[in-house]
Design a protein around this ligand. Structure first.
Ligand SMILES: [Zn+2]
Length: 708
């Protein structure tokens, strides 16, 4: 999911999520309901349901954006004109949330058009329009007249409801982060440094993109690497010469996972870990020092503190402690896995003293999988025909969240087999929202699985509730003659994950757009969806729908599923310690490298890498090629963070009487997490859902570490 924050307003939640739905035999609809019926029913609940028209020409795209921006600007001018004596919650913060609805929905819609339109000219126009939208949104942060109105309202020291107080706090925080609370001269200095930073980070990224690591090998040196890979054009460059590129991830992994020769692996690893060393070495230091200076001017101890403030972790110290604790917790599992790798290396080399080096672990992890867990995941495909899997997943989500899905006719379609589904509360019949399904790949379409926000949920100024609309854009394998569309198990996992995002949107009750649906802290947004991935690994869950498409009496073979799981688990310690390497070095660089401190970022990150996984080769500079440092700076910890929360949350289902089908826990999730959204601190929401303080223990247990 991607989200943009604009002067205190969470915009255009371009969520990531997805699913599909069969073209025949709808799950739960019996009598044909129309969109108009559904909208009429919504009106009785004081709700609004919207299925917009989609722009079908470049002119329409341009016009939509211009209108939305003009309307929003006019409304912003209105807020900006308020005299201090006139300010109220409704005409400042309330008005800002209201006036952003049209631009947010327009940007959402154009983003969907960009990813799904069958007309290349329309897609291009949408791409252009979104660039303009993004420029406009950045400018919002700097509207001093609007800031003055908000500030004037804050100065009245109003007594507010908790969610209103949070909106005021968060909005002021965003202005402060943009520098608006600073005196003019300092603000100008910050703005100048930001521009400089933007230029430097662009240079860093372009150096990453330009970096090349060609290495020539002979066939003998590449023993173990698959022949059909080596035979590819561009790789076989001479009689007995193969040119591999360390900067191409696919090449890098092919060699590190398969080459029998340690010298080959070592050589390739060193080239890979030295990419962009010369060009980005000095640049990295400059960037980190500049970030630290900006953070300092804005009143933060470090850039990491600045970046993490609006997230769930709140401070660099909290994020660092989380990673360090996890590092300690993982030690026994890492040791055991490295011992397994060493056993294999001793056996292969005949050297009783053989040690595992950085360039060895991928190779022996691969060997281990071959030796112990040889399993063909492709066999599972026969058990996941698309129709049956979607229906099965729908049934599960309807049950645990107390909702009902009904297929209706879409008023406008961007593709013939587009589906539209109406979601209601199962008990009261209250309409909650709409989701589209766009199932199969086609030229020019978005090429993964994702849920795109279309209409944001929020309470409207007239008191009605605008219910959300989202679109699941999928790329399922199209049906073949005599064979239905068959999903891989990984796609089933993705489906359960992405549909979690749809639920996050549908079940919202947040009064403000800024907090509705999945408009929550960035290091929390993935956790509920990651949690739901567990469902797709559970035999009881899968047995409710997965069955051989040729003989539905045949259920999924438990031993294949178990082996897949085991094989995944076998190297989890190494996998996570590697994740922690990146998270820890990211945080260390963004707290310790500062002007005048004279810390060498390469030496610092090499030290952390060596301590956390395996010693890095002398003279390498992993950090100079680590692109995440530019656009996900001080954010890498978020991956493991969300994993830990999702395991913690899953444990509530796992220990409940109904397991993954437990309706009471589902309702708790719906009320405490999904309905609330960003309206309150996620730390509070999670504890309310858990019914106890958060814990890392379920996560450690999940990845195979015995806990008390
Ligand atoms: Zn996701």
């Amino acid at each position: 999911m991607k989200r943009e924050f604009i002067a205190g307003l969470a915009l255009a939640s371009l969520l990531a999520a997805c699913t599909g739905r069969p073209s025949s035999s709808p799950t739960s609809s019996t009598a044909k309901m129309t969109l108009a019926d559904f909208q009429a029913r919504a009106a009785r609940f004081n709700n609004v349901i919207s299925a917009p028209d989609y722009e079908t020409s470049p002119t329409a795209v341009k016009q939509s954006l211009e209108t939305a921006i003009a309307n929003a600007n006019a409304a912003l001018d209105g807020v900006g004109r308020l005299k201090p004596a006139e300010v109220t919650f409704a005409n400042t913060l309330g008005a800002l949330d209201d006036l952003m609805l049209e631009p947010a929905n327009t940007a959402n819609r154009l983003n969907l058009v960009k990813e799904t339109s069958r007309d290349a000219a329309v897609r291009e126009a949408a791409t252009e329009a979104l660039k303009k939208f993004s420029e406009w949104s950045v400018g919002l942060e700097y509207r001093e007249d609007v800031y003055a109105a908000v500030k004037a309202f804050a100065d009245t020291k109003p007594a507010l409801a908790p969610v209103e107080a949070k909106l005021l706090r968060d909005t002021l925080r965003d202005y402060r982060r943009a520098g608006l609370a600073l005196p003019k001269a300092e603000r100008d200095e910050v703005e100048k440094m930001r521009k400089e930073l933007a230029a430097l980070t662009t240079d860093f990224e372009s150096n990453v993109n330009k970096a090349r690591g060609p290495v020539k090998f002979t066939q003998a040196e590449l023993a173990g690497v698959p022949g059909d890979f080596l035979a590819q054009e561009g790789i076989k460059t001479g009689d007995d010469e193969y040119t591999l590129m360390a900067n191409i991830t696919f090449h890098y992994l092919m060699v590190l996972e398969n080459a029998k020769s340690e010298a080959t692996r070592k050589k390739f690893q060193i080239v890979h870990d030295s990419l962009a060393k010369e060009s980005n070495g000095p640049l990295l230091k400059q960037i980190l020092e500049l970030r630290s200076k900006i953070a300092d001017r804005l009143g933060y101890a470090s850039w990491a503190d600045y970046q993490i403030e609006p997230k769930m972790a709140k401070t660099a110290a909290t994020a660092t402690k989380f990673l360090s604790d996890l590092k300690t917790g993982l030690q026994p599992k890492l040791d055991a896995e490295l011992a397994e790798f060493r056993r294999l290396k001793v056996k292969e080399t005949g050297d009783a003293g053989a040690q595992i080096h950085l360039w060895d672990w991928r190779y022996y992890a691969n060997e281990l999988k071959k030796e112990k867990y040889s399993v063909d995941a492709e066999q599972l495909r026969d058990f996941f025909p698309l129709d049956r899997s979607l229906n099965g997943m729908f049934a599960i989500y309807q049950k645990i969240f107390g909702v009902k899905f009904q297929q209706i006719e879409p008023p406008a379609r961007w593709v013939d087999d587009l589906q539209l589904w109406a979601v209601s509360d199962a008990r009261s019949g209250e309409p909650l929202g709409l989701f589209y399904l766009d199932l199969f790949p086609r030229d020019g379409k978005y090429n993964h699985f994702a849920c795109f926000g279309v209409v944001e949920g929020k309470q409207l100024a007239d008191g009605r509730y605008q219910r959300p609309t989202v679109a699941m854009v999928c790329n399922f394998p199209p049906p073949q003659p005599g064979k239905p569309s068959l999903m891989g198990h990984d796609e089933v996992v993705t489906l359960f994950h992405e549909f979690g995002h749809v639920m996050h949107a549908m079940l919202t009750r947040a009064p403000f757009m800024r907090y509705s649906g999945s408009n929550v802290e960035r290091d929390f947004v993935e956790a509920p969806s990651q949690m739901l991935e567990n469902w797709a690994w559970d035999k009881n869950v899968l047995d409710t729908f997965a069955a051989d498409y040729r003989d539905p009496a045949k259920k999924i073979p438990g031993e294949i599923l178990a082996k897949l799981k085991e094989s995944d688990l076998a190297i989890k310690g190494t996998f996570y310690r590697r994740q922690l390497c990146f998270g820890l070095l990211d945080l260390a660089l963004h707290t310790q490298v500062r002007e005048g401190a004279d810390v060498d970022p390469i030496a610092l990150s090499n030290k952390i890498l060596s301590e956390t996984l395996l010693p890095v080769p002398e003279g390498t500079s992993f950090a100079t090629y680590f692109g995440h440092l530019m656009h996900y700076d001080a954010g890498y910890y978020g991956y493991a963070w969300a994993d830990a929360i999702s395991a913690d949350m899953a444990s509530v289902f796992e220990s409940s009487p109904g397991g993954y089908f437990d309706v009471k826990t589902g309702l708790q999730l719906r009320n405490e997490i999904y309905a609330v959204g960003g309206s309150r601190d996620p730390n509070v929401s999670i504890e309310k859902f858990l019914g106890r303080p958060q814990s890392n223990q379920p996560f450690l247990k999940k990845i195979g570490i015995a806990t008390q």
